[in-house]
Design a protein around this ligand. Structure first.
Ligand SMILES: CC(C)(COP(=O)(O)OP(=O)(O)OC[C@H]1O[C@@H](n2cnc3c(N)ncnc32)[C@H](O)[C@@H]1OP(=O)(O)O)[C@@H](O)C(=O)NCCC(=O)NCCS
Length: 380
């Protein structure tokens, strides 16, 4: 008797990993031993990258070295800039990013080198380059010239600088830094799994990252941050929340985007941190409407029996939509920003996979017909 398939691989453990612990029952997240709350409060994104790539926090010199190497390696080959300019301006930014990272491999001298040292170099380089691609694309599609990264800035500041061409605004770059820290890593999520499956065949890091980007793009995963914002925009006013909830969720068959999670059956700890960031940013920007809509909709869900029974709470994408919108990012750039963070987790997992590799190849129960006889094509 064949084993019953677990739809969506729910509850299946596929690896041992040192990178992060996701405790869904208690709503806890830990990177390499450090609670996410402490990292969000204190860490620079580069410090988290060092932590996930090396299993320990950097000292001052190591941190400065990594910051400056990422900033230097973030520069794109000139052929890549020409290529970005040739993409259709209406292209989905995640489709653009998937294609651009795939193309980057062809300009990377390390691309086919599978040594630990080469994979570490590529992790650093791709992390910097993805940031530059995202910022460059947003300018190119708006008819502006892309701006090269500055060597004196950290990654969040560089992103804001390369988007705007101006001295990076402290509020925006700090918000981006917290967002990147929170999104850098998250256990065996779908895109990380896809990255590991890809490289477990002996394929290269760029291929693993491209698999991650393609998987992150979907609305059930990283695409949910943009979908959540579209939903808030559709609601349009805090006074419309109750009617929208009744029509679309109670009487309709839609889902609240940014709510629910395969692992978290308690509040996602990242959502709690982002809720307070979103609130503070909304208050300081003088535009609290979007935060109020999100808050009121979350309250409607929290009071509803359907959501209570299924343990559905806001996830990381819910309030991050408000944070990113309040600092004036275009909604379709939200998911690329998620990729800018998660590239660190993908590459950490790829390095971990290579350290103890075996082909990942699950089984399937065949439920199709048997014993059919061939008929020539003109008799069908
Ligand atoms: C994240 C998500 C894909 C998890 O999926 P999953 O673990 O496969 O859970 P399921 O889709 O089986 O959902 C379980 C139940 O909760 C319901 N549910 C899940 N998320 C819901 C949501 N956001 N709104 C309304 N109902 C939801 C499902 O309809 C299902 O109900 P049922 O038992 O009556 O069939 C799912 O919660 C979702 O689609 N959320 C919205 C998208 C999102 O925010 N994604 C980002 C995740 S970080």
């Amino acid at each position: 008797m064949a084993e019953v398939a677990k739809k969506g691989l729910e509850g299946i453990v596929v690896a041992e990993s040192k990178t992060s612990l996701v405790n869904g029952a208690e709503g806890k997240l830990v990177y390499e031993g450090y609670p996410i709350e402490e990292l969000a409060e204190n860490a620079l994104f580069e410090e988290v990258a060092f932590l996930l790539w090396n299993g320990r926090l950097p000292n001052k010199a190591e941190l400065e070295s990594l910051r400056s190497t990422i900033a230097t390696e973030a520069a794109l080959p000139k052929e890549m800039i020409a290529q970005l300019k040739s993409y259709p301006v209406k292209a989905d930014p995640m489709a653009m990013l998937r294609t651009a990272v795939s193309a980057l491999a062809m300009y990377d001298a390390d691309s086919e080198d599978q040594s630990v040292e080469a994979n570490r170099r590529k992790a650093i380089r791709i992390t910097g380059q993805i940031t530059t691609i995202c910022a460059a694309w947003d300018r190119i599609r708006k008819g502006k010239e892309p701006i090269a990264p500055r060597k004196d800035l950290n990654l969040s500041q560089n992103f804001i600088y390369m988007l705007s061409g101006e001295e990076p605004d402290a509020t925006a770059s700090e918000a981006i830094n917290v967002y990147l820290v929170l999104l850098a890593e998250h256990g065996m999520n779908a895109s990380t799994f896809a990255s590991r499956v890809t490289v477990a065949t002996g394929s290269d890091m760029h291929s693993g990252i491209v698999s991650g980007i393609g998987t992150l793009k979907g609305p059930s995963h990283g695409g949910a941050n943009a979908e959540a914002m579209h939903m808030f925009l559709e609601i349009g006013d805090p006074n419309n929340v109750d009617a929208w909830f009744k029509k679309n969720i109670k009487e309709g068959d839609r889902r609240i985007m940014g709510i629910g999670h395969r692992i978290y059956k308690a509040l996602d700890p990242r959502a709690a941190i982002l809720e307070s960031k979103a609130k503070a940013l909304a208050e300081s920007s003088g535009n609290e409407k979007w935060f109020q809509i999100a808050k009121k909709l979350a309250e409607a869900a929290r009071a509803d029996q359907y959501f209570i029974e299924r343990k559905l709470f806001p996830n990381v994408d819910y309030y991050s939509a408000i944070v990113l919108y309040t600092i004036h990012l275009d909604v379709d750039m939200f998911t690329p920003l998620f990729a800018m963070a998660r590239v660190v987790g993908w590459s950490a997992h790829i390095i971990e996979q290579f350290a103890n590799n075996r082909l990942i190849r699950p089984d399937v129960n065949y439920v199709g017909p048997m014993g059919l006889q061939w008929t020539p094509v003109d008799q069908r």
